[in-house]
Design a protein around this ligand. Structure first.
Ligand code: ADP
Ligand code: MG
Length: 490
């Protein structure tokens, strides 16, 4: 495990100063939309600030830049994967035998392919998540470990990748905190982050391509939205960027009852023609409580509306596809440029499938032998589904003789450098303790295209999430994670 990375100022800071900064930070967060709805005592009438780290986390500029540069390469790769029917089928054909959720998605994919798709263009607002993997070996005993860290990809999110607002907003919060600390000269180390306008720009570009000035944008939402500010700021920004467009929010159940297709397969919801559907739901079994919601998804996929994401982008983001891509030679099927292949390959850790073959048996053996070195993942998104640490052993013991095991992948665990800091969460006592934390950087991008061409492919911004080092997952709303932003150092 790595030692700590440098903090922006020596810790601890004097208690009175800490108290004031925490209080100022919370107020700023609440009053600027760095906020969420609470799960406890949920009410549409209240929001609370989203957990945040008081100071931004230092990160070498060159590493940050490197992650930024990888984005369009990854997007090209996943676009091509998504439009390669044979490859998607090869990745998922066994899983659909044992995993009902993936099977249902795949069935809709097959149905619409067979019928002939009404909309060949897909819009992706993707987010690649990385952690720095540090190498234990340090040159001549120095504490300077940064040169020995490299990014490793945790996953690529192709559906409902959130924090397009909370990412940039965290940078603005930190900017305010640095101002209050009178560190004006250091504000320049917080990189510009235009994720929100970048992502909304992608949605608007798709809307224009749809080519009907009276068409609406549909934001497909959960029954209850906790991450409300993140979603709403997308809506407000879309409106600011083009005030004439009508934006509607609906859940899958409402689509079932109020949605239909006209003769041209245009999607009509409550008398509105929908040009673009932006999914902030639809990636988890619980979001399809009955067959009605599945019918709604089929209706959307059959329609001519441009989907963000379309079903093949969604499927390309499954953990299984990422595992298949980590096999030797797999990336080369899609990317000819050797340099790009190498860049992608360098950020992959080992990922194993759990098929009943030699490699699957090897994975079972590795997991049982040293579970702390791996993470066991099913084909799910949205947090809370993976198995960590010692529980992997029990789980594998239970799974190993069942056919269900093939729906899981085993991923090598990444051990990022530790940063010390203050994590501020609603309802916690004062003063906050100095906590050991680790960060996960997300890079956002927009891609649009079809099977023959990529129309747009750009990186648009970033987000940083930091969690308690000992926590398995760093969900900001649910878990032990907090909003953060990078502070770039040379
Ligand atoms: P989900 O789709 O549910 O977000 P992820 O693959 O992103 O699933 O995993 C959830 C969290 O688990 C990540 O945000 C990260 O904190 C942790 N995690 C996942 N994979 C790894 C890994 N290989 N090494 C270290 N931590 C990981
Ligand atoms: Mg994730």
């Amino acid at each position: 495990m790595c030692s700590s990375i440098p903090t922006i100022i020596p810790l601890p800071i004097p208690e009175q100063e800490l108290k004031e900064l925490v209080s100022k930070g919370k107020d700023w967060a609440i009053m600027h939309g760095v906020s969420m709805r609470t799960k406890e005592q949920f009410s549409e009438d209240t929001i609370t600030f989203a957990p945040f780290v008081l100071f931004p986390s230092t990160m070498p500029k060159k590493d940050f830049q490197h992650a930024v540069e990888l984005q369009t390469i990854f997007q090209e790769l996943f676009h091509k994967v998504a439009y390669d029917r044979e490859f998607l089928k090869m990745c998922l054909e066994n899983i659909v035998q044992v995993d009902e959720f993936t099977a249902k998605l795949f069935e809709i994919y097959e149905t619409t392919e067979k019928e002939g798709v009404s909309q060949s263009i897909g819009l992706g607002l993707f987010r690649c998540d990385y952690m720095l993997q540090c190498n234990d070996k340090r040159k001549d005993g120095s504490d300077d470990f940064y040169p020995f860290c490299n990014w490793k990809l945790i996953e690529i999110n192709t559906i409902a990748a959130g924090f397009g607002w909370l990412g940039p907003a965290s940078g603005l919060l930190h900017r305010y905190i640095l101002q209050e600390m009178n560190q004006l000269d250091n504000i320049k180390n917080l990189p510009v982050n235009n994720a929100l306008t970048g992502l909304c720009g992608g949605i608007l570009e798709a809307w224009e391509l749809y080519g009907n000035s009276s068409a609406v944008i549909l934001i497909l939402v959960e029954d209850i939205t906790y991450n409300i500010s993140d979603q709403k700021f997308h809506e407000y920004t879309l409106k600011e960027m083009n005030p004439s467009i009508r934006i509607i929010r609906r859940n899958l159940t409402q689509i079932y009852y109020n949605g239909e297709l006209n003769e041209e397969n245009e999607l009509i919801i409550d008398n509105n023609i929908v040009g673009v559907v932006y999914f902030r739901t639809g990636y988890e079994p619980s979001q399809y409580p009955t067959e009605n919601e599945w019918s709604a998804r089929l209706l959307l996929e059959r329609s001519k509306a441009i989907k963000c994401p379309n079903l093949q982008y969604h499927l390309a983001g499954t953990k299984k596809v990422q595992q298949e891509l980590s096999k030797p030679g797999a990336i080369e099927r899609f990317i000819n440029d050797e340099k790009k292949v190498k860049l992608i390959r360098n950020v992959f850790v080992n990922i194993y499938g759990l098929e009943f073959d030699e490699s699957g048996e090897e994975a079972v053996r590795l997991a049982l032998e040293d579970p702390e070195r791996y993470i066991l993942k099913p084909q799910r998104e949205g947090g809370g589904h993976n198995i960590y640490g010692k529980r992997i052993r029990q789980y594998i013991d239970k799974l190993k003789n069942t056919k269900e095991r093939i729906a899981w992948i085993l991923m090598e665990k990444i051990f990022p450098p530790i940063i010390k800091g203050y994590m501020i969460r609603p309802g916690t006592e004062h003063p906050p303790p100095i906590t050991d934390m680790v960060s996960e950087l997300g890079i956002f991008g927009v891609i649009m295209g079809d099977s023959t061409r990529i129309i747009s492919n750009r990186q648009v911004g970033h987000m940083l999430r930091t969690k308690v080092e000992s926590a398995d997952e760093g969900g900001v709303a649910a878990g032990l994670g907090a909003l953060d932003s990078p502070y770039l150092i040379d």
